[in-house]
Design a protein. Structure first.
Length: 208
């Protein structure tokens, strides 16, 4: 299992152009957040693609609505990081709304992209104080890809059935009108630090 995981990590890094060496990178505290994000991304995009091909975007809504939060919860329980996906605008305000710190970082990511930086290069780590005390945070930009436009692009281009289904599930949907390449949001990881030691041995749920 671990072999498969490292292979996925390796291939993912290769695909993102992040690595050229021929051996898998060691799993260290530095690479851990991106390894977790890669697992999230690969599982979700694999299932999303399959559901889109099998039943089109209306059928695939369930993947984003049920599976995405389920993957986040499972990874949070497995790793001790609170794993979330946030949007610059949101479809589901209960799960996807950025907090103040995330909002500022997303604005920075957006202006760095406007200045020509590639979204794949935008990740950042920080130690900050919040309501939980001292926490370690990690944010990795999510760009809008072609595959996202069916559900997050121009609503005028959406089939009526999709528009109706989205309006039914998300009456306050803000996550439409995205352009290809625009910043869509970020993967956001957070965990508590006590006495300088990460609390990874005590996994916490993202929905306490
Ligand atoms: C089949 C339609 C569909 C497609 C395709 C799709 N999404 Fe979504 N997306 C949704 C739905 C539905 C939600 C709300 C999920 C929930 O209820 O938590 C969502 C939520 C999100 C969120 C969380 C923030 C928010 O707005 O609530 C992000 C980030 C996101 N999508 C990014 C993407 C990206 C990036 C792609 C392309 C790789 C993509 N989506 C493709 C339907 C879709």
């Amino acid at each position: 299992m671990l072999d498969g995981f490292l292979k996925n990590l390796f291939e993912g890094l290769l695909l993102s152009g992040g690595m050229t060496a021929m051996s898998p990178p060691p799993l260290t505290p530095e690479t851990e957040p991106d390894a977790i994000i890669l697992r999230y991304q690969q599982e979700l995009s694999g299932q999303l693609k399959a559901a889109m091909q099998a039943g089109g975007p209306v059928a695939a809504i369930g993947i984003c609505k049920e599976l995405a939060p389920a993957i986040a919860t499972r990874l949070s329980q497995e790793t001790g990081w609170q794993v979330r996906r946030i949007g610059t605008r949101v479809r589901n305000p209960e799960l996807g709304l950025p907090d103040a710190w995330e909002q500022e970082r997303l604005a920075e990511f957006a202006s760095r992209m406007a200045a020509g930086e590639r979204p794949e290069a935008l990740g950042l780590r920080a130690t900050v104080e919040d309501a939980q005390g001292r926490v370690e945070r990690y944010l990795r930009a999510i760009p809008t890809q072609a595959a996202c436009l069916a559900c997050h692009g121009d609503p005028a281009a959406q089939p009526e059935a999709l528009r109706a289904a989205l309006a039914h599930h998300y009456p306050h949907d803000g996550a439409i009108g995205y352009q290809l390449g625009e910043l869509r949001g970020a993967f956001s990881l957070k965990r508590g630090i006590r006495n300088g030691v990460a609390e990874s041995s005590q996994p916490t749920s993202p929905h306490p």
